[in-house]
Design a protein around this ligand. Structure first.
Ligand code: URA
Length: 281
């Protein structure tokens, strides 16, 4: 039995002894959005949480906010996002190689997702690769290990790529976001905007010939559009790099989508074959 503090919010799950059984506790945690454990020891719900310092500073409301506090908070959040983006751009300009960039991302405090993530998940693979693969954000497995695409999606991706003779010694793989959004929720536009400079700098430093966009989110973020993946996939896009080279980018379905919709795998195969025809793999 697990004992929880007296709190009307939990009362539905408690019996007369102020305790709950494990099934009810798990139901409660699932309803609350918890989908994994991150520590060995339990935490008392009576203990006040440690002071959390937000990575972005949001100023105290000013007198105008008294009449419209929501507008004021929205404006301040937008200002904080802009200043975090500027900071990210400065850090990127200073990073002269991938190791320096990894360090800069690990030290960056402008994205609140870092507060809930276990690890910063930077890119992995060959830094001199001809092709860079881009996903959306780390999932639970990647967050635990600190490496992109090591969970079920990554395993399917590895298997598919092996048929065109591609492995991590030949490609570099990364995500738009280096931190897992809690519960794998869709990242906000602000989170994407703040992290995008780090992705773009990775592309600049690697200077690839090809880019494979895994899913609509990475295609939309990199090409700043809203087109659905069903429309984008299978078509070549051009991504100009500061070196003067134009990388050829191809969007395909995200492997997590293929795990849920195996009928679409043939289209993803067709996309990989397009790459293979170009001499990739
Ligand atoms: N899905 C992603 O988009 N990226 C990962 O690293 C893992 C799963």
């Amino acid at each position: 039995m697990i004992t929880l503090a007296k709190n009307p919010f939990y009362s539905k799950y408690m019996n007369m002894e102020n305790s709950i059984d494990i099934k009810s506790a798990l139901e409660f945690y699932l309803l609350a959005g918890v989908d994994e454990t991150v520590g060995e020891s339990s935490m008392s719900l009576n203990t006040p949480p440690e002071k959390v310092v937000l990575p972005i500073s949001i100023k105290a409301p000013t007198s105008t906010s008294a009449s419209n506090p929501i507008r004021q908070a929205t404006t301040e959040l937008a200002q904080a996002t802009v200043s975090a983006c500027q900071n990210a751009h400065q850090l990127c300009a200073q990073a002269q190689n991938l190791n320096e960039l990894r360090q800069a991302v690990e030290n960056f405090d402008g994205c609140a997702l870092k507060l809930t993530a276990t690890h910063t998940v930077f890119g992995d693979g060959n830094p001199e690769a001809k092709i860079v693969l881009i996903g959306e954000a780390p999932g639970a497995d990647e967050d635990r290990v600190g490496v992109p695409f090591v969970g079920r999606s990554g395993q399917l991706l590895d298997k598919m790529l092996s048929y065109i003779s591609l492995d991590r010694s030949k490609y570099y793989i990364t995500n738009i976001l280096p931190w897992r959004p809690p519960g794998n929720r869709t990242p906000t536009g602000g989170e994407i905007a703040v992290c995008l400079p780090f992705l773009k700098r990775q592309l600049e430093l690697i200077n690839p010939d090809y880019i494979l966009l895994l899913g609509g989110s990475s295609a939309n973020a990199l090409f700043d559009n809203q087109d659905p993946i069903s429309k984008l996939r299978g078509h070549w896009l051009e991504y100009p790099l500061p070196s003067g080279k134009t990388a050829q980018a191809l969007a395909t379905f995200h492997p997590a989508y293929l795990l849920r919709n195996s009928g679409q795998k043939s289209k993803a195969w067709a996309d990989l074959l397009k790459l293979h025809k170009e001499g990739v793999g």
